[in-house]
Design a protein around this ligand. Structure first.
Ligand code: NAP
Length: 335
């Protein structure tokens, strides 16, 4: 039975921390128009960094004034379809990845914005947004090749563990950094060639000693000192992909005046390149299909963190948990 009302998490004000910005509100379940479908969300991906930056008003490419909806990717079940929708029927499992579509119990959207998926599982949820970003980042912005040295930072996290496996599948030697023994074990199991637990080993020393020719491609998620170390250890014609800077999300962005790194890049013909998924959206459908295929054939393992977050009320704790560096794999909330 379809509920008459549902709840969603919104940012009611701009605030430095996620918890102070948000509120749960009730809304009417809107029946779909002819071209729309109504979805009951079952799982949503938690993107603690993006969520926090949005609530602080620090995501420059979206200019949002509160109140605004939160959450991005979700997976759910179609519960009603508009009269002219032929591609979906009630009961279909679907994925969506739109800003504002994640942290809510129901969504009524244009059918074109949903994608049919084989099953509503947290593993597929992980792939349709985080996994796609990791792969498009590596392949398109990072220009990943094979037989190179690829380094993934925060490799035990949601994006990192997919990037690490993808780089390995492409035939590269892969280094992964993480901050716990449990994540180090996981990365080894997933085939990472050199795991560096940065709490036990000095990343710069390891790279200098074991990779004197440098790293060809860095998938960098962490920022601050980790970013500096990665720049210093780039190989000739090395590429560093700025995928994120999670170490900065819990606090205000550290102000570094005039960080002129051209001398570090020029003499190696190396480069540093930012990556933002919405600016590479044309690659999403093809990459999503490839990822789901790899999952179903068993060559890609998707790790969903074992901490259980249930309902909208659990989202602030999930965001804190992720930004505290505790998660292993993707953090997911269940409705
Ligand atoms: N560019 C894009 O379009 C795009 C899309 C999606 C996500 N992202 C970015 O990808 C990165 C990973 O996102 P995710 O959602 O998959 O998160 P995640 O990697 O699952 O979780 C964050 C991880 O970062 C690591 N970390 C390292 N240093 C940290 C520090 N000082 N403080 C907190 N955590 C630290 C922690 O693991 P260890 O300490 O064990 O390393 C933690 O588990 C983020 O930077 C995110 O913004 C970018």
């Amino acid at each position: 039975m379809i509920a008459k009302t549902y709840r969603k998490l919104i940012a009611k004000q701009i605030a430095q921390d996620f918890k102070s910005a948000i509120e749960i509100v009730e809304a009417i379940v809107r029946e779909p128009l002819a071209h729309e479908i109504l979805i009951r969300n079952q799982f949503a991906g938690v993107n603690g960094g993006f969520d926090t930056l949005l609530c602080r008003g620090e995501v420059p490419y979206v200019n949002l004034a509160p109140p605004f909806d939160l959450g991005v990717e979700a997976i759910g079940e179609v519960v009603a379809v508009g009269n002219s929708v032929a591609e979906f029927k009630v009961g279909d499992a679907v994925a969506t990845a739109m800003r504002g579509g994640g942290y809510r119990e129901y969504q009524t959207i244009d059918a074109k914005l949903a994608v049919k998926i084989p099953k509503a599982t947290p593993e597929i949820l992980t792939l349709v947004s985080t996994g796609v970003s990791a792969v498009v980042g590596l392949e398109k912005a990072g220009q990943m090749l094979s037989e190179e040295v690829v380094m993934v930072t925060a490799a035990g996290g949601g994006a990192g563990h997919i990037a690490m496996q993808w780089a390995k599948m492409a035939g590269n030697h892969v280094i992964g950094t993480c901050g716990s023994d449990a994540k180090a074990r996981l990365l080894k199991e997933l085939g990472c060639d050199r795991v560096i637990n940065y709490k036990l080993e000095n990343v710069n020393e390891v790279l200098q000693k074991e990779y004197p020719n440098g790293v060809d491609l860095v998938f960098e998620c962490v920022g601050k000192e980790m970013f500096d170390i990665c720049v210093d250890n780039l190989a000739r014609r090395g590429r560093l992909l700025v995928f994120g800077f999670v170490s900065e999300y819990g606090n205000s962005l550290e102000k570094v005046e005039q960080p002129r790194i051209y001398d570090k890049l020029f003499w190696k013909a190396a480069s540093v390149r930012g990556f933002l998924m919405p600016l590479y959206s044309e690659y999403v459908p093809e990459v999503r299909e490839r990822l789901i295929e790899k999952l179903l054939e068993g060559s890609l393992k998707v790790i969903v963190d074992s901490a259980e977050f249930r309902g909208l009320e659990s989202i602030p704790t999930a965001v804190e948990y992720l930004l505290g560096g505790q998660n292993r794999g993707k953090v997911v909330v269940r409705f």
